[in-house]
Write a protein that binds this ligand. Structure first.
Ligand SMILES: [Zn+2]
Ligand SMILES: [Zn+2]
Length: 289
């Protein structure tokens, strides 16, 4: 069934299923329950790890969205609840800034009853995504401190390719003192690999990024198409052409923001979305060739 102008999609009073094994419902649940007046639950027997644990590189958003969508649909199938929510994160080097780590979080909502899918996003350099090679416990402790241990968990591996890692989710000095010598014993090179545990329940910094992506999703859900009331009427497109302040020629800077309805195609333009009415001549192909 597809919603129409006469029957706009309603969320109020519905039940939604959150596909997570890593306690993401702690941040996703309260934000969406308050924004949509829904109730949420986590299925007890959903194995989201079979869709792959979080990736080690920043993926194209397409692959990341596909992973989140598959988790949401699996939870919908398992519970027969038509509203499903899932998240997927990726980590890696910043696309532009050298030496800076980068986290991209997506939270997707799938409403199978109405054929709606909407995604909230958050991109940030606020992440402890990091790894290192160490030789002894003192170096391990130094690394642990640098990535926010013990509020943030640590993964200890004999080598970077060790699968599965020997110890995950270490959050105590006793745990670290126990894991490091064992891993060293198994390592042929007398060095071992440590990394920050990026799973949400061991990583409050990541949990905060997931909360931001969820807020972005709630904001998009609240923006309805003026023509048909479909949710997600978000200013997702930018149209270049802001005129040069000196010669009035169009530049690559944004002239218009454009909202487009996923359902009926209605568009609405927002002039000067960045608050600028003219472009600095440094951006002009004629004044500053
Ligand atoms: Zn110019
Ligand atoms: Zn519409």
């Amino acid at each position: 069934m597809i919603a129409s102008a006469n029957q706009p999609i309603q969320f109020q009073g519905r039940l939604a299923v959150i596909a997570t094994m890593h306690c993401k419902e702690r941040v996703i649940g309260p934000i969406l329950e308050a924004a949509l007046a829904i109730k949420t639950l986590v299925p007890p027997n959903l194995d989201t790890d079979r869709f792959g644990t979080f990736t080690r590189e920043v993926d194209r958003a397409g692959a990341q969205l596909e992973a989140a969508r598959r988790k949401a649909l699996a939870a919908i199938e398992l519970t027969n609840i038509s509203l499903g929510i899932a998240s997927e994160g990726s980590f890696g080097p910043h696309p532009i800034l050298p030496g800076v780590a980068y986290n991209q979080e997506l939270v997707v909502l799938v409403d199978r009853e109405h054929g709606l899918e909407l995604t909230g996003e958050h991109r940030t350099t606020q992440t402890n995504y990091r790894h290192c090679t160490i030789r002894d416990l003192a170096e391990a402790e130094k690394f642990a401190q640098a990535v926010g241990f013990p509020s943030h968990g640590i993964v200890v591996m004999a080598s970077p390719k060790a699968d599965p890692p020997i110890f995950k989710g270490i959050t105590t000095i006793e745990g670290l003192t126990h894991a490091v010598p064992q891993a060293l014993n198994q390592s042929p090179t007398a060095t071992i690999h440590l990394e920050a545990d990026m799973r949400a329940l061991y990583n409050p910094t990541r949990m905060a990024a997931i909360a931001e992506a969820t807020r972005d999703l709630a904001r998009k859900l609240s923006q309805r198409c003026p023509a048909c009331q479909w949710p997600g009427f978000d200013m997702g497109e930018r149209v270049p052409g802001l005129p040069c302040a000196l010669c009035n020629a169009p530049t690559e800077l944004t002239l218009l923001g454009r909202s487009r309805c996923q359902y009926c195609g209605f568009t609405l333009d927002h002039p000067y979305p960045d608050g600028l009415r003219t472009a600095d001549p440094t951006y002009c192909a004629y004044c500053n060739p």
